[in-house]
Design a binder for this molecule. Structure first.
Ligand code: NAP
Length: 366
């Protein structure tokens, strides 16, 4: 089955996702009978395009080559009043694919820490227009998980966001797909790569600014890096995890939050010299009917799993009722892993779509 994709946001993650779909096209076709084509792309400053594969791939190539630096392009591409206008128009034009349940909106706009917008509006519109939604943006699950999950159920479409936390390493999928009857009571983890990288570098005497610059150069830090260092990215992930796994119904603003500053360098080095590690730890726990959540600097004993995380590594330890603690560790983070999260969400949708032909020649038909 060919899925039509409308990409809302076309930055680091979306570009890698498109490239990964191409690299994996034989595997996806063989194992899942899944092929894709991009029918629309929206950006904030460079205009939007909807239509033939020639028009879309021309636009995408120009953007990827960085030739569209200033302002929206002319010639073939158009500039709607808002992305939402573009999306509504694209959904109308794609209604045949939507009816056949093979339309997917891929939301990868930047994180808005004030309200999770306009990403949440994009997702509501997409679901109402009959599209499935996959996103690596943590804003929607952090601010509006309950409402969006209800909207998806009402529309009989999927809203999936595996890439919102720990890139492609399964956290939401792990709980949803493989832990039937298990209740998650709480979790703790290191969930922001940039701050863990900076803390590790500062333990070894490297300056804060140089470590941050390296994360920006690798495309790992948020577009606005203060979201990482001030703890907002971790707070958004904590809220998303708490909303999905603990039914919390909170926003990142309800997460008690601490970030890191250059001053943390001395503390990190002293902790290490004393056999401990300074980590920015995210925690949430359900106590009776209330969920408490926080992100704070903690000095951890060396034998704590979280203390062993170096550089960009992340981990989450889930506290459960039937299986005690389950730890998921991400030893390396990259754009490919985030792009993979979107790919895995797409496969989740394809597997559940009745028209999807069964895999005949693939070795795995999971
Ligand atoms: N990078 C990572 O490693 C990583 C990992 C996990 C999750 N994420 C999440 O994935 C998302 C994308 O990250 P990224 O690194 O790809 O960011 P990015 O390179 O800054 O790209 C963001 C894209 O969104 C577009 N955009 C922003 N606001 C928009 C709007 N209102 N309407 C239409 N387009 C809009 C931008 O357009 P312009 O270029 O025209 O401004 C750009 O194309 C973020 O939410 C991020 O938190 C990223």
């Amino acid at each position: 089955l060919t899925y039509d994709l409308i990409l809302i946001g076309f930055g680091n993650v979306a570009r890698r996702f498109v490239a990964l779909l191409d690299e994996q096209r034989h595997t996806l076709a063989r194992r899942y009978g899944l092929t894709t084509r991009v029918v629309g792309i929206a950006t904030r400053r460079h205009g939007c395009v909807y239509g033939s594969s020639a028009a879309v791939s021309g636009f995408s190539r120009t953007l990827t080559a960085g030739r569209m630096q200033d302002g929206p392009s002319k010639g073939g591409h158009f500039v709607p009043a808002t992305t939402l206008d573009f999306l509504r128009d694209a959904l109308t034009r794609s209604r045949a694919a939507a009816r056949q349940r093979r339309l997917v909106v891929v939301e990868t706009t930047t994180l808005d820490i004030a309200r999770g917008e306009p990403a949440t509006r994009h997702i509501r519109a997409a679901l109402a227009g009959g599209a499935h939604v996959i996103t690596a943006n943590k804003g929607p699950a952090a601010f509006a998980y309950r409402a969006l999950a209800r909207a998806a159920a009402r529309a009989d479409r999927r809203f999936l966001f595996e890439g919102a936390v720990m890139d492609g390493v399964p956290v939401f999928n792990l709980v949803r797909e493989t832990l039937p009857a298990v209740n998650v009571i709480g979790f703790r983890g290191v969930v922001n790569s940039t701050t863990n990288f900076i803390l590790t570098a500062m333990e070894q005497g490297q300056p804060f600014a140089a470590a941050l610059a390296e994360m920006q150069a690798r495309g790992i830090a948020e577009a606005d890096a203060s979201l990482d260092v001030d703890g907002w990215d971790a707070a958004a992930k904590t809220a998303a995890l708490a909303n999905v796994l603990l039914g919390a119904g909170i926003t990142p603003h309800a997460v008690a939050r601490q970030g890191i500053t250059p001053d943390a360098g001395r503390r990190a080095a002293e902790a290490r010299a004393g056999g401990r590690r300074l980590k920015l730890v995210a925690r949430a726990r359900r106590e009776r009917r209330r969920v408490t959540a926080r992100v704070s600097l903690e000095e951890l004993p060396a034998d704590d799993l979280l203390a062993g995380l170096e550089g960009q590594q992340n981990a989450i330890i889930l506290e459960t009722d039937l299986l005690e603690e389950i730890a998921v560790v991400q030893r390396g983070g990259s754009l490919t892993q985030t792009a993979y999260a979107l790919l895995s969400d797409l496969v989740t949708i394809a597997r559940a779509t009745p028209q999807s032909p069964p895999s005949r020649r693939g070795h795995r038909s999971l």
